[in-house]
Design a protein around this ligand. Structure first.
Ligand code: UDP
Length: 332
């Protein structure tokens, strides 16, 4: 389908996933309206797009009323802190962007007659009792644990999105995103991949939380973007898992990073964070069937690309970005 000329609002546009989506939709010839409050996002991720005539940036917090002049065809709601470290630092904003922010954007979609795709997460499954996770599983979430602010905001997001679909006939799409990696991840977001690669580059020991037997399944960002694109253009309003089912333990993952980076540092063990899911792997039967989608980039290839991105950092940036967590100036 040719979507050239369509007007697309992307929230969280300066973040890891948002910025890759901006690239994709600009490339498709859309007019991209990028929005971000820059708390966890970084303009560096989209500065190459700023000179383009089909790209504009709005510095705005979508938890407050969202005004976009003119027509809108699509809204992609990707604004949210998305790593445990971030949402522990800014829990109220995490709750607000998933709830009030989503409400504002659904209202905007309704007013403009736009189709909206919201970014949900495998966190809606919590510490899952069903493995692998399919879309029919309702999850095992602790609402008052440290991850509750993110998990419950995302569960509310799904509920209000379905309600706008059912009661207001808004065209809605819900993607449940599993662990994703690639260039433009933030060095200090606490996620395991930038943590390990950053540690290797700074010649620090690699920190495994717990005994490393917990599993994750990592999807390369280009595969994820293709899945989002296909879901947006599909007519399927219910949640769809997008992720890579290739599951490994965190201990194995550390070994892969050691091999990739050639670091001679050792692995050290730290306490497992509260409510850290023990296992996670998407069942992607639905994405295969409905979208004809499956991941194409294997971990070796994806990790090479990602390592090249971080390796290009100057020594100063490697240290500054790892230790600079400047959320203090923001109030909840
Ligand atoms: N993890 C780790 N060392 C780190 C950062 C994370 O062992 O320095 C673990 C973490 O406890 C979790 C897994 O790696 O079990 C993935 O963590 P991440 O924060 O990347 O994602 P999530 O837990 O949200 O899947």
């Amino acid at each position: 389908m040719n979507i050239s000329g369509k007007r697309v609002l992307i929230t969280g546009a300066a973040g890891f996933l948002g910025s890759h989506l901006c690239d994709r939709f600009v490339k498709e010839g859309c007019h991209v309206i990028a929005m971000d409050n820059l708390i966890t996002g970084d303009l560096k991720n989209i500065e190459h797009l700023l000179p383009k005539s089909n790209f504009e940036f709005h510095h705005h917090d979508v938890s407050k009323f969202v005004h976009v002049p003119g027509e809108l065809d699509f809204i992609l709601h990707f604004a949210s802190p998305a790593s445990p470290i971030d949402y522990l630092k800014i829990p109220i904003q995490t709750l607000k962007v998933g709830s009030l922010g989503t409400h504002n954007l659904l209202g905007l979609a309704k007013a403009k007659g736009a189709r909206i795709l919201v970014a949900s997460t495998s966190e809606v499954y919590g510490d899952p009792a069903v493995h692998p996770q399919n879309e029919e599983y309702w999850g095992n979430v602790n609402p008052v644990g440290p991850r509750g602010v993110y998990d419950e905001a995302k569960r509310f997001q799904e509920a209000i999105t379905m309600a706008y679909h059912t009661y207001h006939d808004v065209e809605t799409r819900i993607i449940r995103i599993f662990n994703t990696y690639g260039p433009r991840m933030r060095l200090n977001d606490g996620r395991v991949l930038p943590a390990f690669i950053g540690q290797a580059l700074r010649k620090e020991d690699l920190t495994i939380f717990g005994d490393g037997s917990q599993t994750r399944s990592f999807c390369y960002v280009d595969d994820l973007v293709e899945g989002i694109y296909r879901l947006l253009l599909s007519d399927y309003p219910y949640p769809v898992n997008i992720g890579n089912p290739d599951e490994i333990t965190i201990a194995q993952f550390a070994e892969e990073i050691i091999k990739l980076t050639g670091t001679d540092q050792k692995v050290i063990y730290k306490d497992l964070p509260v409510d850290d899911p023990k296992q996670r792997r998407p069942d992607i039967a639905k994405a295969r069937e409905i979208l004809g989608w499956e991941p194409k980039v294997d971990r070796k290839e994806g990790l090479k690309e990602t390592y090249a991105f971080f390796k290009a950092f100057s020594e100063d940036r490697l240290y500054e970005e790892a230790h600079h967590k400047n959320f203090d100036k923001y109030t909840n």
